[in-house]
Design a protein around this ligand. Structure first.
Ligand SMILES: [Zn+2]
Length: 190
């Protein structure tokens, strides 16, 4: 759904019409063949597991641990060593794995929540030009220049504090120095 609040700005690179990044991500309209992954390339934040998904993973892990304990209990009452040891091992691995998954998912969610406002401030005003595949902010506010979608995503994610979540390939993108103006306070004392 196109936004009706502002007129479409013209791309400073090729002079073509640009769409806001928010609209582009919400509806990566054809005519370009490579739009399929635009939503990912311009994403404001990494996809994180919802609370419900984490609860589901925890539930699955606990069921596995329960199966292991039942097996171990059967081994104990039947004086069989293999199911006893195997069951205990299964329970331990299930619990450790579940703890790790739950911790990682919770951390990822917390990082995205913590950086949300900062990411939003850099991401929301940005426009994407489908003609030359560049991202820019009309008027150079709050950041200036033209970036590739990869550079743009790195800028947003890094500033939001979850740059570490970028895939290895995406980390290689270099954001040109001066894209983000220095905070005013830093220049006042010169
Ligand atoms: Zn352009």
């Amino acid at each position: 759904m196109p936004s009706q609040t502002s007129p479409s700005p013209v791309c400073p690179g090729c002079g073509g019409p640009a769409r806001s990044v928010a609209d582009t991500v919400a509806d990566p309209a054809p005519p370009h063949a490579d739009v399929a992954d635009l939503t990912d390339r311009l994403a404001k934040a990494p996809a994180v597991a919802s609370r419900g998904t984490t609860a589901l993973h925890a539930g699955e892990g606990l069921i596995m641990a329960g199966v292991g304990l039942a097996l171990a209990h059967g081994g104990l009452t039947g004086h069989a060593t293999v199911p006893l040891v195997g069951g205990l091992l299964l329970a331990l691995i299930a619990l450790a794995g579940t703890a790790l998954v739950v911790r990682n998912e919770t951390r990822g969610r917390a990082a995205v929540t913590a950086g949300e406002a900062r990411a939003e401030a850099l991401w929301q005003p940005a426009y994407h030009c489908p003609g030359c595949a560049s991202v820019f902010c009309p008027g150079g506010e709050p950041w200036q220049g033209r970036l590739t979608p990869e550079q743009f995503r790195k800028l947003v994610w890094t500033e939001a504090g979850y740059g570490g979540e970028l895939e290895e390939g995406a980390r290689a993108a270099l954001v040109p120095p001066g894209t983000l103006p220095r905070p005013r306070g830093a220049q006042d004392h010169v």
